[in-house]
Design a protein around this ligand. Structure first.
Ligand code: 3PG
Length: 205
């Protein structure tokens, strides 16, 4: 499984684990069979476990802030771990569990620390506030082997700016899985948003 294959990672917030299965199916149906399920709600671990049962869906954990949460996520079946920042014990725990780990790093110092931990791809969050695509372009000069996954304020309107950079492995975002549609259980609308997002990415290639 290559979590960057679609160059797009939906960041999802699930409040009720009962929504996990229809949401996972909506993603698969929309041609975007990957989800970063954030540990921002109590339903995260159960949702990961439910979604991990769906054929063809790659499920990871997001907003992972501590080694304990890495453990919970791995137990639930998370195939990758995303953290908004760089914490050595979180990275180590995920690596020990054999999971791909995407920690956050936005400054040269954080990027150097990430490199020292054997990290080759970082989350660049919140991308819109830390200088967007031009900041990533500038950082990729000294960090020429580092790959970036900008997230935070990425939308259909600006994803082309990020994906034009070869150092951008993928973009992350919640615009194709809006909380309102999950709460309204309008999974058909989510499938349509995913299809649109996938076509947009394909048109950038
Ligand atoms: C994340 O954790 O990656 C972000 O909260 C997603 O940001 P967005 O909602 O602005 O897409």
């Amino acid at each position: 499984m290559d979590m960057y294959a679609h160059r797009l990672i939906p960041v999802v917030v699930i409040h009720d684990a009962a929504d996990a299965e229809p949401l996972g199916r909506a993603l698969v149906e929309g041609g975007l069979p990957i989800a970063e399920v954030t540990f921002r709600t109590d339903a995260a671990a159960e949702s990961i476990a439910i979604m991990s049962e769906i054929d063809g869906l790659t499920v990871g954990a997001g907003t992972v802030l501590s080694p304990d949460q890495v453990e919970l996520a791995v137990e639930a079946g998370a195939q990758f771990i995303v953290s908004p920042g760089l914490r050595a014990d979180v990275v180590r725990e995920a690596q020990m569990d054999g999971r791909q780990v995407l920690p956050g790093a936005v400054t040269p110092g954080e990027l150097m620390a990430a490199q020292a931990m054997g990290i080759d791809t970082v989350k660049f969050f919140p991308a819109n506030l830390y200088g967007g695509a031009s900041a990533i372009r500038a950082l990729s000069a000294p960090f020429s082997t580092m790959r970036f996954v900008p997230t935070g304020g990425v939308s259909a309107q600006n994803l082309g700016d990020y994906l034009a950079l070869s150092c951008v492995a993928a973009v992350g975002g919640s615009w194709m899985v809006p909380a309102g549609l999950i709460q309204a259980q309008d999974f058909a609308a989510i499938t349509i948003l995913c299809r649109d997002a996938v076509s947009l990415v394909q048109s950038q290639r």
